[in-house]
Design a protein around this ligand. Structure first.
Ligand SMILES: N[C@@H](CCC(=O)N[C@@H](CS)C(=O)NCC(=O)O)C(=O)O
Length: 261
């Protein structure tokens, strides 16, 4: 199994539990146990090792050329959630991937108690709870939250349409390709980026806060992905706001830690 990167950094800086409850209400999950152990080590004043958490760290499976994997890796990094990253391909490492998740969906994510999750948005929903309120990547205000969800939805639609075009070209024999279908998907892709560009015009430098939140991360990851995969379809110059957001995001520590490759 190829392990491209392993990170274990400070876990759970929050004074809230994964469900946003105050620390003293933590008692249910393994996550709770991990937090308490860490807290005891901290408060004893001794220099602790990360050994306990290393054993329990969550695992992210999938390659960084997938925008879904990349958005999860970058988000976990920004949220300061320790995880190990196993860079397995759903194609060339099919069997190894299947041994972790027989559905072979990338990203897959294994919680500290061995529960296997899939789908980046569901994994990120879990990470929101794991990281606690202080590291949340979601705007608190309801209307801003709705706008963030719209932005993320547009970016994810763009990723999906990009993947469809790539798969159509890479996996379907050329004589079986259906032009009208490809035209439809390309139209949807460009609509998504046209609408996303309008939303991102408001970014200064980020969309909702003075730091990267999920809407920034997913927009920037999506744009980079399509630019890399379909340069003949997506012209960077046509999307100056997205280009700017992408450039700023790619310069950030978390994006550099998990580069597109
Ligand atoms: N909605 C999913 C999409 C994930 C997805 O389509 N991943 C691709 C890799 S980029 C995959 O697993 N492809 C293999 C397959 O579907 O068989 C998510 O957000 O995670």
């Amino acid at each position: 199994m190829a392990i491209s990167a392993t990170r274990n950094r400070a876990l759970f800086p929050s004074s809230f539990d994964p469900f946003g409850r105050p620390a003293f209400l933590r008692w249910h999950s393994k996550v709770h146990t991990m937090r308490v152990k860490r807290r005891q080590l901290d408060s004893s004043g001794s220099s602790f090792t990360l050994g306990f958490e290393e054993d329990k760290a969550v695992r992210l499976i999938g390659m960084l050329d997938s925008p879904y994997v990349r958005r999860v890796a970058i988000s976990l990094r920004i949220q300061d959630i320790a995880f190990s990253h196993e860079s397995l391909s759903v194609f060339s490492d099919f069997d190894a991937f299947a041994s972790i998740n027989p559905v072979v969906k990338s990203p897959s994510f294994v919680t500290d108690d061995g529960t296997v999750l899939m789908d980046s948005s569901l994994i990120l929903e879990f990470a929101e709870r794991l990281g606690g309120l202080s590291s949340s990547l979601v705007p608190k205000d309801l209307r801003e939250h709705a706008r963030a969800q719209r932005i993320i939805g547009l970016a994810l639609a763009a990723c999906e349409k990009t993947v469809q075009i790539v798969y159509e070209h890479n996996f379907r024999p050329s004589e079986k390709r259906h032009g009208p279908w490809l035209d439809r998907v390309q139209g949807q892709l460009l609509s998504a980026y046209g609408l996303l560009e309008k939303e991102v015009l408001r970014a200064d430098p980020w969309l909702f806060a003075d730091r990267l939140l999920q809407a920034d991360i997913t927009s920037a990851v999506a744009f980079r992905f399509t630019c890399e995969m379909l340069p003949h379809i997506l012209d960077r110059q046509t999307y100056p706001a997205l280009s700017g957001l992408s450039r700023r995001a790619e310069e950030s520590e978390a994006f550099r830690a998990y580069p597109f490759r």
